[in-house]
Each structure stands twice: as structure tokens, then as C-alpha cells.
Write a protein that binds this ligand. Sequence first.
Ligand code: C2E
Ligand code: MG
Ligand code: MG
Ligand code: MG
Length: 279
Amino acid sequence: QAKNAGRGCIRYFSESLTQAARDRFHIESRLRQAIPNNELRVYYQPKVDIRSGRIIGAEALVRWQDPVDGLIMPFIFIGIAEETGLIKSLGEWVLAETCRQGKEWIDAGLLPLNLAVNLSAHQFHHGNIVRTLSDVLEITQFPAEYLELELTESILMQRESEMVETLNQLRSKGVSLSIDDFGTGYSSLAYLKTFPLDVLKIDRSFVMDIEKDEDDRAITATIIKIAHTLGLKVVAEGVETQQQLEFLDAHGCDMYQGYLMGKPMPAADFITLLKRINH
Ligand code: C2E
Ligand code: MG
Ligand code: MG
Ligand code: MG
């Protein structure tokens, strides 16, 4: 009986693994075509200055507009893109498109917005990220001081001294650097003193439970203090309620992103919201 159940279990498992591998292959081959076929989109999530309540910029987040399956979220394809190296061209496309859009907004008479783009480890280790950045800034003419590059702790973990050198080169182009999802990695505090960073983004997992969990309140308040002591600006991620915002404001957090102001949205919707909020 148990043996049968066990065997059934294995069969079920191997079938689902085969299915998963088939899905992966399917996604990979279609993703390969997504850039030439113009199926990628950049969505913009507003970033808000807590003191003034004004939208001061946005984070660029990639979406895949598939003709059959509709809008595909990054968790479905970013991992596959990283493992297959497709992330290099995908990441370059997002960077270039975001800077192009940012310059278009400036040319249309909007104040320059602070735009943040996510980078992945592969772009550091297998692409010339410094060269790519220079080329994109030159081609698009987007002002470097309004561009922010978001790094995760998994990027910083690898080849530490090489990384410090690369980050200094990026910064010398005028861009700022932020550490994303802060607090979820292994040795977060050490990173803050080792790497040349400008902005710290507190992970959504701490912000989420601020109202219920005293520990998360203490952690959040302490992260803000440490960051400020080290001269970093602080962004809270995933703010959904007024109560969370009030707590962050009371503890001196500089900026926030979250559904409270808006989800990631197409460029046109972002500008509509920006005009309404900032008057
Ligand atoms: P991330 O960089 O930490 O981006 C924040 C994620 O949190 C976004 O998910 C955003 O939609 C979500 N979020 C923001 N505010 C809230 C909120 O109030 N509540 C909730 N529940 N969620 C919120 P998204 O757009 O699905 O992106 C997921 C991740 O995919 C990103 O996390 C980032 O790591 C990665 N990603 C997205 N675009 C790119 C890209 O162009 N390049 C690379 N390398 N990674 C990207
Ligand atoms: Mg990010
Ligand atoms: Mg994040
Ligand atoms: Mg996150």
C-alpha cells in the first residue's frame, strides 16, 4: 500500500518535472524572440518623497507582453533569463528603453525624474556593464545624475574587490547606486561599509508587518538610523497602507514605493498619475 503510494508519488513527481522542463524550454525559446519581436515593456512604479508627498521618480520593472499569453510577470522569466544569459540583452534593453523614455519626458517639458533600473549578477560578470552604461547615456542623452542602478546582495556577494572597483567606475559616470531588498541576504551590514552605495531599499517583508509585528518595527526603525548614519538615503518598498507610511515618516524614512501610491504601470498612466499628484 505504502509502496504503491510511494511509486505513485514518484511518477507524479517525474511527470511534473518533465512538464516543468518543457515549460522552461518553451519559455526560453519564446523569450529569445521577445526582444526582436518587440514584446518587452517597461512599467513604472512611482517613487514618492515622504516629506512632500510628491512623486520624484520611478522604478523601471520589466513585463513581457506575449501575443498569446498576455502580460507575463518577471518572476516567470527573470530566473530563466539569468540562467540562460538572456538577461544580458534583456537588461540592456530595459536600461536603454528607460533612459530613452526619461529623455523623452524631459524633452516634453517635464522635470527630470529619478529613474531606477534593476541589474542582475550576470550583467556584472559577463557583460561590460560600465561600457554599456556609457553607451546608453551617450546615445539617449539622459542625465546620469537622474539614473539609479539597483543591485541585490547576491550581486555584491561575488568577487568583492572587483565589484568595488566596478561600482566606483559606474558611480564616476554620475549615476547613483542602491541596494535592493535590503535585509534579506546574508551579511547585509558588512555590505554597507564595503560598497560605495547611495540608497538603501528596505525589503517589503519588513514593511509588510509593521502594524502587527513589534520586531519588524524595531528592525525597520534601526535600518533607517544606520543608513542615515552612513549617509545613505532610504526607500521603503511595498508600502500599502497609510499606517505603514505614518510609521516610516515618523522614523525619518526618505522615500517610499508601494501600492498605496501605485502599482507598476505603463508610461502614459504613470505620467497621468504624476500630474495629478504633483499638480
Ligand atoms: P524588485 O526590484 O524588488 O521590485 C519590487 C517588486 O515589488 C515589483 O514586483 C513590484 O511590483 C512589487 N511591489 C511594489 N510595491 C508593492 C506593494 O505595495 N505590494 C506588493 N505586494 N508588491 C509590491 P515585479 O514588478 O513583479 O518585479 C519582481 C522582481 O523582478 C523585481 O523585484 C526585480 O528583482 C525583478 N525585475 C523586474 N524587472 C527587472 C529587470 O528589468 N531586470 C532585472 N534584473 N530584474 C528585474
Ligand atoms: Mg528593484
Ligand atoms: Mg526590491
Ligand atoms: Mg523585492
